[in-house]
Design a protein around this ligand. Structure first.
Ligand code: NAP
Length: 583
């Protein structure tokens, strides 16, 4: 007869499911840093649905999602589930695992008690019409990330998963290695193989950001296995050897370049020329490490804001920049000329569907994918590992914790099909990027965005605006406009034509007009030629905070204020700063 509860490491007889299990739980009343949010408790083993299986967890993979779950931001995952009708007031995280099937639902085929499996984290309802009609489950409204958006993840003795999530455990890997690669490798697989005509093919050149990171290390191996040519970008030469052993043809140290960040404005000749010089030097470096003058057919992206302009620029004509994250920021800027003229594709990608996960796993089973496990921890360290991640002090590469496995290094039942190098990351490598956004924090859909609470003191534009419009005509010379600016000590002049405001000449426009021209040439130009056309306006009765959003959204420093649709004044960022300092 089954005991009610088994100790950790004391494996119940195969197929015998106890009533209770040990688990690390997050509860809303202790949302906070990982060492406070996670606590060990004993809970009932969950029942399974007809299309589900219960897996005895041997080891669990770690990723950043459950730091967010523990903090309770940006989404309270427990509250969201309670709202949807699930009753448990706790969360068991963990979105990667290796283990043994202990129970199968009555509709499950192809899996039996005793099967050794690894688990991918994509769940969806088999009753979803979209899926039933053959649609990609990744686009199903029922799609959820197991162990983050759903409960009963792998930080417990038993986990409940859909049968379609289970894949054969590579026999040559130990439990902790097998628990470490699925999430990152399946994500990289879809990015590289999931996008039709742009899917990786033999001899393609693929540029991979963060080659020594979780995704990048998988991408290098997947690209190599496809017969294509991976080029890895890393932040130091000490990581070159690691990437080369994984299969990179060459590596680039991103710290040799400094053109990162948002694109300079296209009118900013000097800034743009400097950026162009930087990005061209970077492109030449790609040719150098590749040994031939070819542009990458695919750029494998996740840093986002700081690197997207470069990725788009260096990508080959008809090629694809495929992105699954924006670790350095979300406002990616693109010079559209390169995108449309060279017909490049900027493709978003998120995790992977069942088929893609299984294709990826086939590579692991065949011994062609090193799990790149950098460190494994004991079960008791689950909060500590998440705390390390929270503090950005965790080791690079993929991490795992033991759950049911008694010791490190157990579980391999055969030799690796191929001799594999097991490269090791350099010691002392530190994380430099901010915390990644949760893998699938439900972004608000149309009309369901939750209102954000804003403190606002009610100041309106009319309380701070400068009344009166200082204007010029489109035909006035830049010299004349400059005189108005200097005499009146203002930063911008409105261009009026036939009683209508048609544009603004700002100090920035003047400076840009002077770039590459003599002073005389610039002074002789017309206001209509250098103005920023169109007038960003706001009504005098709107809140100051709304005006600030308008300005920041358009990257402007002032707005023309209208009353009864007639321009009557100006509000500028300088006014806002004065108000903030004044208080
Ligand atoms: P990781 O192991 O921390 O690796 C990220 C790599 O990015 C680092 O190794 C770093 O390498 C590089 N990097 C850091 N700052 C950079 C910068 N400013 N410019 C260029 N490269 C920079 O993380 P990961 O597991 O690979 O995940 C990467 C991102 O993808 C995270 O945001 C993660 O949340 C997301 N993700 C998304 C999905 C999805 O399905 N959507 C799935 C998995 C992961 P160097 O310092 O050596 O350059």
């Amino acid at each position: 007869m089954a005991k009610e509860l088994y100790n950790l490491g004391e494996q119940p007889p195969l197929g015998i499911v106890p009533q209770k299990m040990h688990a690390w739980l997050i509860r809303p009343e202790r949302f906070g840093v990982p060492t406070e949010a996670f606590q060990q408790e004993v809970v009932d083993v969950p029942p399974i649905a007809d299309d589900e299986v219960l897996v005895y967890v041997m080891a669990a993979g770690i990723n950043y999602n459950n730091v967010w779950a523990g903090l309770g931001i940006p989404v309270n995952v427990i509250g969201a589930r309670n709202k949807a009708g699930e009753k448990e007031e706790f969360h068991i995280g963990g979105s990667d695992a290796s283990g043994i099937v202990y129970k199968v639902g009555k509709d499950v085929t192809g899996l039996k008690v005793g099967d050794e499996v690894v688990i991918h984290c994509g769940r969806y309802s088999r009753d979803c019409e979209w899926v039933k009609n053959g649609g990609d489950p990744m686009y199903s409204p029922t799609y959820r990330i197991w162990g983050y958006e759903t409960n009963w993840g792998s930080f417990a003795q038993f986990t409940k998963v859909q049968a379609q999530q289970c894949m054969p455990k590579p026999k040559h890997m130990n439990w902790e290695e097998a628990a470490a690669y699925t999430l990152v490798a399946a994500t990289a697989w879809r990015m590289l193989h999931g996008w039709g005509a742009n899917a990786v093919k033999k001899d393609d050149v693929v540029l991979i950001w963060g080659g020594a990171g979780g995704l990048g290390s998988m991408a290098i191996q997947i690209v190599k296995a496809a017969g294509a040519i991976p080029i890895a970008i890393v932040s130091g030469e000490d990581k070159f050897d690691y990437c080369m052993k994984l299969g990179a043809k060459g590596c680039i140290n991103r710290n040799e370049f400094d053109h990162w960040g948002m694109l300079p404005h296209w009118k900013d000749n000097v800034g743009y020329a400097k950026w162009l010089k930087g990005v061209r030097a970077f492109g030449a470096k790609i040719w150098e490490v590749l040994g031939e003058k070819r542009a990458p057919n695919i750029v494998f992206e996740h840093p986002g804001e700081t690197t997207i302009p470069t990725s788009i620029f260096v990508c080959d004509t008809g090629g694809m920049v495929v992105v699954c994250a924006g670790t350095t920021g979300y406002n990616a800027t693109v010079d559209l000329r390169y995108l449309w003229m060279r017909q490049k594709r900027l493709q978003g990608s998120h995790f992977a569907n069942t088929e893609q996960s299984k294709q990826m796993n086939e590579l692991a089973v065949r011994g062609l994918l090193d799990p790149c496990l950098s460190r494994a921890f004991p079960y008791t360290d689950i909060p500590h590992v998440h705390q390390l991640m929270y503090e950005n002090k965790h080791p690079h590469g993929n991490m795992a914790v033991l759950v049911g496995a008694k010791e490190f290094g157990l579980g391999a039942s055969s030799k690796a099909p191929l001799a594999i190098l097991h490269p090791i990351l350099p010691k002392g490598d530190v994380h430099t990027t901010p915390h990644p956004y949760p893998m699938s924090a439900p972004l608000p859909g149309i009309a369901e965005a939750e209102a954000i609470k804003i403190a606002d003191d009610g100041t309106q534009v009319k309380d701070l605006m400068h009344r009166g419009i200082i204007a010029c005509a489109p035909g006035d010379t830049v010299g004349q406009v400059a005189k108005i600016m200097v005499d009146k000590e203002i930063h911008a002049v409105v261009v009026m034509d036939g009683g209508k405001a048609v544009g603004v000449v700002s100090q920035t426009d003047m400076v840009l007009a002077r770039q590459g021209r003599t002073s005389e040439e610039a002074r002789a130009m017309k206001a209509g030629d250098i103005m920023t056309p169109g007038c960003a306006t706001c009504d005098a009765n709107i809140l100051l905070s709304e005006a600030v959003s308008l300005m920041t959204g358009r990257r402007m420093h002032r707005l023309i204020v209208t009353e009864n649709d007639q321009p009557t004044g100006v509000i500028s960022m300088t006014d806002v700063v004065r108000k903030i300092i004044g208080e």
